[in-house]
Design a protein around this ligand. Sequence first.
Ligand SMILES: Nc1ncnc2c1ncn2[C@@H]1O[C@H](COP(=O)(O)OP(=O)(O)OP(=O)(O)O)[C@@H](O)[C@H]1O
Ligand SMILES: [Mg+2]
Length: 256
Amino acid sequence: MRPLTHPAYDGVFSLTFEDRSLNLALMTVLTQSGLGLTKKEKSMAVTKDQVVTWLEKTAVVLNDNKQYLTDLDAAIGDADHGINMTRGFNKIMEKLPTVIDKDIGNILKTVGMTLFSSVGGASGPLYGTFYTRAGTVIISKEELSNEDLYNMLQAGVEGVVQRGRAELEDKTMFDAWAPAMTALKSAVDAGETTVIALEKAVAAAEQGMKATIPLQARKGRASYLGERSINHQDPGATSTYLILKALLESVKERSE
Ligand SMILES: Nc1ncnc2c1ncn2[C@@H]1O[C@H](COP(=O)(O)OP(=O)(O)OP(=O)(O)O)[C@@H](O)[C@H]1O
Ligand SMILES: [Mg+2]
């Protein structure tokens, strides 16, 4: 009798089989089902490649929605949100190859600094703070667990709030971030997979984005319009939703 030594069996059950082909078949089933993964492998949710893909997809989706974001901003602001966000992310795409060998934290910090230096207005410093803070809490990591992912995004959102002092229902990007982070937290705490956790976060962000429509703006340029800001979707909440959706798609695509 030869004991099975494949790590797939660690902590699952211990069996001994004479039949070599049965051993192999069992190992394959366990590995494919995820039961064969060690605890560390299971908890690692997002790779550096997926983070890089996230940034690339963000640049694409913002360019695809440049006019849409600008139109939303034309209604309650100064018609530059699409222009601002694409200028920033196109610059990030230029810089990305120069930092591709760095860890996730340093890559995100570079993203933040690039937004600070290339985008003016409200959204440059706000999203600049988001990525800089997000990168700082996961500095030197090459891959992220679900908890790291939550902590990273949460630190970014806290930075946005510290900088912009937005509260819920002020009709800002925070109205998309806040419900997304609540949904992400409960999914991560419940031990959901990264894809399911992010699906829940994106659905919550979308709801939060749509819920900005009936609100009167209390922050930023849109607040100057008073009641005339009602019945329009906030552009920043919309770009936040697009950014989170790009993250979900990157993780989904690269974990298939
Ligand atoms: N204090 C704030 N906190 C959080 N988000 C804010 C705040 N002020 C504005 N925003 C977000 O920024 C978005 C507008 O971004 P945009 O790129 O159009 O900058 P801007 O407001 O035009 O900047 P400026 O007024 O300096 O030209 C809003 O839709 C809103 O979501
Ligand atoms: Mg604007």
